[in-house]
Ligand binder design. Sequence first.
Ligand SMILES: [Zn+2]
Length: 334
Amino acid sequence: MSCLEYISTDKFIYENEIRPYLPSRIFDAHVHLQIPQFHPHLEEQLPLTKAPLFNQIDMAAIHSWWKTLFPAIDVRGLILAMPTAGCDMSGINKFNSQHIDSHRERFSILTGPQFSDNELEEQVKTLKPHGLKPYMFFSMLENYNDSRITDFLPESQIAIADKYGLSITLHLAKTRGLADKVNLNEINRLVKSYPNVNFILAHCGRCFIAPNMDAALEQLIVAPNLWLDTSAVCDTGVFLHLFSRYDRKQILFGTDLVTASGFRGTYVRMGMSWDWSVESSVRRQGGQDVRATFAVYENLCAIMTAARFCCFDMSEYNDLFYANANRIFQLEQK
Ligand SMILES: [Zn+2]
């Protein structure tokens, strides 16, 4: 792995806005292993991966990122396989199962309509994952952006997850993510039908902008097996809605490292959509001395600002960063 640069801007932001509220140990519920040999179209789909720092992300790289971003904090995580179109799902699942430290980490395997139920169940029995990681790239619909959950994760596979008590990390499709009525109705139904599955809605149900989180919370049920992870969302308004209107015991911290949040920049609202903004935007205004920080720090600043406005006490920070995940993944057990 090439050298990860840590600059004075990063240190200033971390020490002033993030570190004062972090507990001494944290669980990162959304981080990806990414081994290029399993992804024939990696650089086409994720151009950032052409940079050496974002190309091969093995466990050593993940530990290096955690150590740099969270110095002196004990970080563990749920290691997700990286989904790309055309990837070798079985090869990735096997590799990941062999490379995590099972005493400290938890992991999820890729699945989708490409696997038969028997194939998935065989992998669950052999590899013993803690969760499943479907993705809209694996959808049966040509326009995968318009998929319902069950278009990219057959319900029979959700039943297998229920049988083995697995988590499912869901990256919802459709323009408005969890604010879309079809997604909301489907998630509310599945959560009730499969009580042994811990459904984890990535990126706050893919609500990167406040009006989507606002609309989603009008109808989203609260249930002990339904969770939202905070990864990559950089809009303080999203977290103000979430923390003030949802059960804080059902929210998990996650980074989405490395490719989606290790770059210098942020995710910004643009009308009813959002996009990346990268460091070149700020350099244009301030010359070479002005630098952006990591998107993962922007995400943490948004979380911490909202948490302060919602008057979190220290036990609630500990819930968000560790204790809630412990209720799913029993982190004290080997
Ligand atoms: Zn992700």
